[in-house]
Design a protein around this ligand. Structure first.
Ligand SMILES: Nc1ncnc2c1ncn2[C@@H]1O[C@H](COP(=O)(O)OP(=O)(O)O)[C@@H](O)[C@H]1O
Ligand SMILES: [Mg+2]
Length: 306
């Protein structure tokens, strides 16, 4: 959990969590949540933090960043899990080399009431050890809850939906059952019921964007929603920045535009493109500048926690 007193600040020292849990703000948010049939008790859970990564548009690098960031945090000794809530276009399992036919239990099954969420979690820590060539501190400390890649199950989500309140209950149960320090949520792009739910229960929301006018506009919408939902901490990560762009300029422009902290600026990388989501970049290229910047984002995140 994050302390209000030690909240993150932007580059000018302004607190980035101005609206945290204010009664007035919550009152204004409640109708939004109720409109979606949600009855979440916003930001109320015990041990462990929920970190949602979100982007307004797809293809920003959200999944790549989630995977490498979770790995970087685990390498600090934290117990982490990642949940793929991008039920319409799941992809995290691909980066972690979970073959389609091994994905017996998924988040979908939990949402349809077939089993408890922890039974859809894969302990993949040991597997990451060998591939990294250097061990993650605790081998049983890295879990993945994948989403189904079966066409029928994806279309069932699109057709019939699911009760988004179950997601909230599932996140809390995972934190407890797996004794997690961090639960990372890879969200579906755009704003819909799941997004509102994921943002509203998160301790930290990381908004991923590229230096692109469409991303800039969409990000403004996401940030406005996150602030209405009284998200305690919000950080921006800018990805795919061309070599010709000045990193500090990009950072300052974004901080000015959104009055939010930029936790990291990641370059566009041909190495990432070549890897083409076949693996976790941070595992394959531990000393790459992109991975080192992810490491700095992880440090920043960890320094915000108790
Ligand atoms: N900084 C980057 N430079 C080059 N390619 C990137 C970068 N970040 C992500 N990619 C590539 O962009 C594609 C989309 O990334 P992904 O993480 O799946 O995005 P999202 O989850 O936002 O849709 C992937 O092929 C990924 O390898
Ligand atoms: Mg994705």
């Amino acid at each position: 959990m994050y302390a209000t007193e030690r909240a993150a600040r932007d580059s000018r020292g302004r607190p980035i969590n101005k609206g945290r849990k204010g009664a007035g703000l919550l009152a204004s948010v409640s109708p939004i949540l109720r409109g979606y049939g949600m009855s979440v008790d916003v930001h109320r859970h015990g041990r462990g933090s929920i970190v949602a990564l979100h982007s307004f548009r797809g293809g920003t690098g959200k999944t790549s960043i989630t995977a490498s960031l979770a790995l970087a945090v685990a390498q600090h000794g934290a117990r982490v899990a990642i949940v793929d809530t991008d039920l319409q276009s799941p992809g995290l399992h691909v980066l972690f080399n979970l073959a389609e036919d091994t994905l017996g239990r998924t988040l979908n099954g939990f949402l349809w009431g077939a089993y408890d969420i922890e039974h859809a979690s894969f302990d993949i820590g040991a597997q990451l050890n060998t591939r990294a060539g250097r061990p993650i501190t605790h081998p049983d400390s890295f879990f993945l809850v994948p989403a189904s890649i079966k066409a029928g199950e994806i279309s069932r989500i699109l057709r019939s939906g699911y009760d988004v309140n179950l997601l909230d209950a599932g996140f809390r149960r995972l934190l407890e059952k797996l004794d997690l320090d961090y639960l990372f949520v890879d969200t579906h792009p755009g704003i819909q019921a799941e997004t509102l739910l994921c943002l509203s229960v998160s301790d930290l929301v990381i908004v991923v964007l590229r230096p692109d006018q469409q991303d800039f506009q969409g990000t403004a919408v996401t940030i406005e929603v996150a602030r209405k939902l009284a998200v305690p901490n919000l950080l921006l990560v800018i990805n795919s920045v061309l070599e010709s762009f000045d990193v500090e300029q990009v950072r300052l422009q974004a901080e000015e535009t959104y009055a939010a902290t930029v936790a990291g600026v990641l370059r566009r990388s041909d190495d990432l493109l070549r890897l083409a989501s076949s693996d976790v970049f941070g595992l394959c290229f531990p000393d790459h500048p992109w991975t080192r910047e992810i490491g700095r984002i992880a440090d920043r995140m960890l320094s915000m926690a108790h």
